[in-house]
Design a protein around this ligand. Structure first.
Ligand SMILES: Nc1ccc(Br)nc1
Length: 446
């Protein structure tokens, strides 16, 4: 290089305050309570996770969809006492419309399917990765947003759809190094609950409410569960029988209690048989206490759990054959799951499986003289047109600075544009891993 190794002086970085600026109160630079920024390192992990979500969705032949994060509040107003309703992030907009930040994606899917109506060809296999919101009193200091991967199959009444969905989650876990010794799926069917309630002639319209109460069975004292069940009108006898059935962890035992004629047993037997064929029998277990906390499930329900029992549910889903008619649409058999982006990262940290993801740039291009900045831009463009990533140094910098940046960005090559070499139409290439250095004509650079 021809100027003693300096690429010239010049200021850079944050601007010093102008002499006349008045004192400005510094704003709170943190994100709103319960929300997260994704600076580059965190964004790399998020992209890594979402790329696995997307790749599994592609392998299973699912199409990506998305919906507005803002929906009509009406989409989420259900009267079954769900937590998701109590924590709805809702408000009245400037047009006096009641709107909400979506707490989940399934109602949006139902809305879009109704909207598209007869133009859709079933079965639908749709997936989405969307940010979902809840407004929770910050006393619990929990997050107010997370990203959820959703996969849904519409138009398939058979349990093959649920079996396929669980297979997709197993495929995801395997890709990121999680095995059946780390996690499992607890599987049941709401038809178990339905068959018990029918024995006690409990009205169908109580079904959702009873499920939501049962879903709290691990979270609140059993006496409170009984009190809430009693308040819905269930008899003591029905409550005792219900809790008895919900404690069953074996299909054989369940069949003894319910008899073999019901749909619940048939569905579950088919699911466990399909699990064998998919090769994930070791991942799933029957657990009658699993009902999930969303009112609209009607059949098979499942949730992914960590076998150490340290974390909240990793994912969950099930069949929801009656959701569309609650919005005035024609019902379509449907099942799906949601998989949040937070618990899985806690699990990966637990297992030491968080990947090392560093910034990778192939080239740093730097003009050694201010007058050569334009040439450097030409060099960068030629490399980029060949598919090479280039971090172009945009202002005069000492070489020491350039080498430091190359190290921080793991650059593979340093391309220096200097007067002496450029007189011959050449640039200097420094291969940073080996230290090898050579001159090359710009047109031969690749
Ligand atoms: N539904 C929901 C939304 C946001 C978070 Br964080 N958790 C659950």
């Amino acid at each position: 290089s021809d100027n003693g190794g300096r690429s010239g002086g010049g200021r850079s970085g944050a601007l010093s305050p102008s002499p006349v600026a008045e004192e400005v109160q510094r704003i709170d630079v943190n994100p709103p309570k319960g929300t997260r920024d994704f600076p580059p390192e965190d964004m790399r992990l998020r992209n890594w996770l979402f790329n696995h979500f997307r790749e599994v969705s592609r392998l299973f032949g699912f199409e990506e969809v998305d919906y507005p994060v803002l929906e009509s509040e009406a989409l989420f107003i259900r009267k079954a006492g769900e937590e998701i309703r109590d924590q709805l992030y809702c408000f009245e907009d400037r047009g006096n419309r009641r709107v909400a930040l979506r707490p989940e994606l399934t109602p949006s899917l139902a809305r879009l399917v109704i909207q598209k109506g007869k133009s859709l060809s079933f079965p639908l296999k749709w997936f989405a990765i969307g940010q979902c919101w809840r407004y929770e009193r910050m006393t619990r200091g929990r997050r107010r947003e997370h990203y959820q991967w959703n996969m849904d199959v519409l138009g398939v009444p058979e349990v093959t759809a649920e079996a396929e969905l669980i297979a997709s989650i197993v495929a995801f876990f395997k890709r990121i190094g999680i095995t059946e010794s780390d996690v499992g799926f607890k599987v049941s069917s709401r038809k178990v609950l339905q068959e018990v309630l029918r024995c006690y002639s409990v009205p169908e319209n109580l079904f959702g409410k009873v499920c939501i109460i049962i879903d709290k069975i691990e979270k609140i004292p059993i006496d409170e569960i009984k009190r809430e069940l009693n308040a819905t009108g269930l008899s003591e006898e029905a409550i005792e029988e219900l809790l008895q059935v919900l404690s069953i962890k074996s299909l054989t035992k369940l069949e003894e209690i319910l008899g073999g004629a019901g749909e619940a047993i048939a569905d579950l037997k088919q699911l466990f048989s399909l699990a064998e064929k998919f090769g994930y029998s070791e991942w799933i277990q029957f657990d009658a206490s699993i009902v999930r906390g969303l009112a609209y499930y009607t059949g098979i329900v499942f949730e992914g759990f960590d076998r150490k029992g340290k974390l909240r549910a990793i994912c969950g889903g099930g069949r929801y054959d009656r959701l569309l008619s609650t919005f005035g649409g024609d019902d379509v058999p449907a099942c799906g799951f949601g998989f949040g982006d937070a618990v899985i990262v806690e699990l990966l940290k637990e297992k030491g499986l968080v990947p090392e993801l560093s910034l990778e740039v192939e080239n740093i291009v730097c003009a050694l003289d201010h007058d050569l900045q334009g040439v450097a831009a030409t060099v960068a463009t030629k490399l980029r047109e060949k598919g090479q990533s280039v971090d172009l140094v945009l202002e005069s910098k000492p070489l020491k600075w350039v080498f430091k940046r190359a190290a921080r960005t793991n650059a593979q090559r340093l391309i220096l544009v200097g007067n002496t070499e450029w007189q011959k139409g050449m640039v200097v290439v420094k291969v940073l891993s080996s230290g090898e250095q050579y001159e090359i004509k710009l047109d031969e650079l690749e």
